[in-house]
Unconditional design. Sequence first.
Length: 335
Amino acid sequence: MDAIRELIKKPLVVGIAGLIVGIALGIFYAWVLNPVEWTDAAVEHLRADLQQEYLRMAIDSYAQNRDTELAKKRFADLGPNGAAVLNAVADSPGAQNFETILAFQATVQGGAAALTTPEAATEAPAQEKGGGILTMALVALCLVFVVIAGGAYYLFIYRPRMGVATPITPAMQAREAARQAELTDYAAAGAEPPMVQFMSSYKFGDDLFDESFSIDSPAGEFLGECGVGISETIGVGEPKKVTAFEVWLFDKNDIQTVTKVLMSAHSFLDETSRLRLAAKGEPVLSEPGIETVLETQTLRLVARVVDMGYGEGAVPDSSFYERLLLELAVWPKAS
């Protein structure tokens, strides 16, 4: 008993005990006495697998009826999770046609019109329960202990972290490089300006690098899509050492996606690597300023290497990219 009295005299022990009791009372009140009840929940509140099933049905529906507004409405129903769910479906298309998924993605994400998110799920009014005085007391206790817990969090967790800077990732560096890069002014050079232009940037360490861009006509009509992604790596370990990139062009009026493979000097000069990657698309040796052309039935894309550099490591020289800045310009082909 004396030992308990000594512990009670210590403020830190009392504070920790009060925090534990407050959390327990809060959980008991929120989950037993007055649990939150939800009705008419939106799609965004479903489980991740059910959201994917919903989106797959929306994609199949769009492929049949081409109802753009309905497709955008159904995508908006997913709320802030929409992009992540769409990426998950694209990563595992299953029986669905990948180009159908791309067309749906371009329709719901490429338009300029803002979408209105669905109304939030309405919280059903909780049924009144007996013991009003007890409920008020429990609420007051919960508020007191929440304040104590908040103060403890600020003193022991938040404040020590305030001086820690947020790390800048390779993907963030790549996006900044693409933002600062200047697009080619074709009109100033006396050439026909492209219908659309994009800048794609890669930095060593961005192991998930995979960019795609929607190609829309000046009137807003979806015409296709283009992009850049990792094609092959060299060596072992992380970060990945990228030795080749795929540049692709999808035309909604064509039956296939055209692909070319930008290769490092080492990979391109190695006959085995060049022949292996030729199965994915025409091999191209990447050098600063080099241009390569991809053509489909109605579209023409020029990919230009604006800047690039090789990394150094326990692999052959000029075998993997430290950085790559690529400009993609698209023109409609004359009919």
